[in-house]
Design a protein around this ligand. Structure first.
Ligand code: FCB
Length: 610
C-alpha cells in the first residue's frame, strides 16, 4: 500500500453528514476518464520504442505482485480505436492519457521516433473524430531507461531533457491538443521511486538526494510549461497533477475544520506526501518556510533563477484524490488522526472510502493556491468479475462514485471553482507494484483475451454525464421527491420541441400556470434557471448539427429554435466562447487528418464562465 503520512491515532469520531444541496454541475463542466501509458499501452518495444525504467524494473523478481509486467498491458497500442469507440459509447467528453517518453525518444534525448509520435497522432485523431477532447499528460512515470543510466532525475540536465521531449510532443500534437498536464504525482515517482524503492527505478536514497531529484522534477515542470506556451499552436490550457495527502475534519466543529486545513498544508518530517513542498514552488515561487525548517540541511541549494523558472503561470491545479485522512484537534491544538470505526467501507487496495475528501481537498487547495481545480484522478479498486449474464455488476464502484461526486457538487455549491472530473480509470490496468491485482476501470479487461466489458458503473457514469450530474440527486433522500407534473411536462416539451422558438411564457401558457411560478418550481426541482436550461438545450442541439460535415449555420440556427442567425451567433458565443463558424471549422479540420480540437472545451479555464 502507498504510504501516506498519518499523525498519531487518537480515539473517537463523528463523521460529517453528507448533505449537499446544490442541484447541478456548471454547464461547461468536463466529464472524463484517465489512464497512463505504461499501465495500458503494451507494445513495449513496438515501432522503435526504447525501454522505460518500468520495463526494466518489472524484470526483477519480487518487485511486482505475482511477477506481473505490462509488456502487453491492455494492448491499447493496437486496440486504441476499439477503446475510443467504448469511450464514445460511455459518452466521455474528455480523455486524459499520458505520452510515453521513450516511445517518442527511445534514448530520452536526441533522436525523435516518428513512428512513436504517429501512434499518438492516431489516438488523438480517433478521439477528435469521436468528439472527445484529448488531455495529454507528458509524464506519468515511464522515464526512459537510457536517461536513468545517466542519473535520471538526479542529473541537473534532466529538466532540459524533459523540455526537449515536451517540445517534440507539443510540436506534433498541439495543432489538435489544447489541454496539457506536465507531471503526474512527483510525490509518487520521487517518493516511491527514489526514497522507498517500491516503484521504478527502485532506489532507496537519503533525503538530500531525494529532494534534489524532486527539485529537478519541479524545474522540469517549469521548463515544460514554458515550452508548451512558446510552441503550442492551439491556445494551451496547462496544469499539473500532484498527489498530496488530503485531511478531512472528523466532525463539523470549527476547530476540527481548522485542524484538517492545517494538516493539509503541513509538512511532516517522515515523508514527501504533502502538498506544499511541491505546490508552493509551482504556484507561489518558493519552498514553504515549514518545509525548509522540517527538511533542514537536506534542502537542495537552488540556483539563482530556479524558482522563477519553476513558477510558470498555470491554468488549473490538478488533484488526484482517492481518499482522505480524518483528523481532529488535539489538546495541544495540533491535528491528530481520528481513525474510522472498524468495518468502515474500504477498497480492495484497503484505502478507506472517505467521500468528503472530494469536498475538503478541492476546498483547501483552492484556498491555498487560488487556481481553478480539476480532479484529474478519482476512483476505486473493487473485486470485479464478468458475471454469468456477461455483465460486470460493480455496485460498490457506483456507490463510491455517488458519494464522492455528491461531495464534489457540495464543493461547487460552496463556490469552489472546479472545472472537471476524470474517473480513474477508463480501463482495468497494470497497477504498478500491485500488478493486475486491482481493477480500477470503468471497463473490465480480460488480460488473456483482451476482451473489454463495459461495467455497470460506466453505464451509470454515462447517465451522470448525460444529465450533467442531475441523476445524483436521486440518491439523496431529501431530493428524491419526484418532480411535479408541470416540471416533467416542461422537460419533455423542451426536449421534443427544441426546433421551435418557444420561451418561458409560451411554456407557462401551455401548462396554464404563471411564468414566475413555473420558473420557481423548475429551479427548485431541476436546480437550474429555466431560460438558461432552454438555451443550453438549444446550443447542445446546434452543436450536434454543426458537427455534421454538410451543416449550414443557418440550418443549425433554425433547427435549434433561434429566430435569426445574429441572435443565434450571439447566444452560441456566450455559451461556448466561440462563434458557430469557429466551432464548425475546428471540428471539420479535426475530422480530417490534422486539425484543431473539437472546440467544445478548449478554452482557458480561467476565462471560462461556469
Ligand atoms: C494514482 C496514479 C495512477 C494509479 C492510481 C490508482 O496515484 O497516478 O497511475 O496508480 O493512483
Amino acid at each position: 500500500m502507498r504510504p501516506t503520512h498519518r499523525p498519531a491515532p487518537p480515539r473517537r469520531i463523528r463523521l460529517i453528514p453528507a448533505v449537499p444541496t446544490a442541484k447541478n454541475f456548471p454547464p461547461r463542466f468536463t466529464w472524463g476518464a484517465a489512464t497512463s501509458s505504461y499501465q495500458i499501452e503494451g507494445g513495449w518495444d513496438a515501432d522503435g520504442k526504447g525501454p522505460s525504467i518500468w520495463d526494466m524494473f518489472t524484470r526483477h523478481a519480487g518487485k511486482v505482485w505475482d511477477g506481473h509486467h505490462a509488456r502487453t498491458g491492455c494492448d491499447h497500442f493496437n486496440r486504441h480505436r476499439e477503446d475510443v469507440a467504448l469511450m464514445r459509447r460511455i459518452g466521455l467528453q474528455a480523455y486524459r492519457f499520458s505520452v510515453s517518453w521513450p516511445r517518442v525518444m527511445p534514448e530520452g534525448t536526441g533522436k525523435v521516433n516518428d513512428k512513436g509520435l504517429a501512434f499518438y497522432d492516431r489516438l488523438v485523431d480517433s478521439l477528435l473524430e469521436a468528439g472527445i477532447q484529448p488531455w495529454v499528460t507528458l509524464f506519468h512515470w515511464d522515464f526512459p531507461y537510457a536517461l536513468f543510466l545517466r542519473g535520471g532525475w538526479l542529473n541537473p540536465e534532466s529538466p532540459k531533457w524533459f523540455s526537449e521531449y515536451t517540445a517534440a510532443v507539443v510540436d506534433r500534437l498541439s495543432d489538435r491538443v489544447a489541454h496539457w498536464i506536465t507531471l503526474n504525482e512527483p510525490q509518487c515517482f520521487i517518493g516511491l521511486g527514489y526514497a522507498s524503492g517500491e516503484h521504478a527505478p527502485g532506489l532507496k536514497l537519503d533525503l538530500p538526494e531525494v529532494l534534489l531529484a524532486g527539485h529537478h522534477a519541479l524545474l522540469a515542470h517549469g521548463r515544460a510549461v514554458l515550452a508548451i506556451r512558446e510552441r503550442a499552436k492551439l491556445k494551451p490550457v496547462v496544469g499539473w497533477s500532484p498527489a498530496g495527502s488530503v485531511y478531512t475534519p472528523a466532525t463539523d466543529g470549527v476547530e476540527d475544520v481548522k485542524a484538517a486545513r492545517r494538516a493539509t498544508s503541513a509538512i511532516y518530517p517522515d515523508g514527501l506526501w504533502n502538498n506544499r513542498w511541491w505546490g508552493d514552488p509551482v504556484v507561489l515561487g518558493g519552498y514553504p518556510e515549514e518545509g525548509l525548517r522540517v527538511y533542514g540541511k537536506a534542502v537542495p541549494k537552488a540556483a539563482k533563477g530556479d524558482f522563477k523558472l519553476i513558477r510558470q503561470p498555470i491554468d488549473f491545479y490538478g488533484c488526484n484524490i482517492f481518499h482522505g485522512v480524518p483528523v481532529k484537534v488535539a489538546a495541544d491544538g495540533d491535528p491528530v488522526a481520528a481513525p474510522l470505526p472498524p468495518g468502515s467501507p474500504q477498497s480492495l487496495y484497503l484505502w478507506h472510502q472517505t467521500p468528503e475528501a472530494l469536498y475538503w481537498g478541492p476546498k483547501f487547495l483552492s484556498e491555498l493556491y487560488k487556481l481553478p481545480i480539476v480532479v484529474t484522478e478519482n476512483g476505486v479498486s473493487t473485486a470485479d468479475q464478468v458475471a454469468h449474464d456477461g455483465r460486470v455488476h460493480d455496485n460498490n464502484r457506483i456507490d463510491f462514485m455517488i458519494g464522492y461526486l455528491l461531495q464534489l457538487r457540495r464543493a461547487l455549491r460552496d463556490g469552489i471553482d472546479v472545472r472537471g472530473y476524470f474517473s480513474w480509470s477508463l480501463l482495468d490496468n497494470f497497477e504498478w507494484q500491485e500488478g493486475y491485482k486491482h481493477r480500477f476501470g470503468l471497463i473490465h479487461v480480460d488480460y488473456v483475451t483482451q476482451a473489454r466489458t463495459i461495467k455497470d458503473s460506466a453505464y451509470w457514469y454515462q447517465e451522470v454525464i448525460a444529465t450533467n450530474g442531475e441523476n445524483l440527486s436521486r440518491h439523496l433522500p431529501a431530493e428524491a421527491a419526484p418532480p411535479p407534473y408541470v416540471v416533467k411536462e416542461t422537460l419533455h416539451y423542451i426536449d421534443s420541441h427544441v426546433g421551435e422558438p418557444f420561451n418561458v411564457k409560451h411554456l407557462a401558457a401551455r401548462l396554464r400556470c404563471h411564468p414566475d411560478s413555473l420558473s420557481r418550481r423548475f429551479k427548485q426541482h431541476v436546480g437550474v434557471d429555466l431560460s438558461g436550461y432552454i438555451r443550453q438545450v438549444r446550443i447542445d442541439h446546434a452543436r450536434e448539427i454543426l458537427k455534421r460535415p454538410d451543416a449550414l449555420i443557418d440550418d443549425a440556427a433554425e433547427q435549434s429554435g433561434f429566430s435569426d442567425r445574429i441572435h443565434f451567433t450571439k447566444v452560441f458565443r456566450r455559451v461556448t466562447g466561440m462563434t458557430p463558424g469557429q466551432f464548425q471549422r475546428q471540428f471539420r479540420v479535426a475530422g480530417g487528418s490534422k486539425g484543431a480540437g473539437d472546440g467544445l472545451r478548449s478554452e482557458n479555464p480561467r476565462s471560462a464562465a461556469s
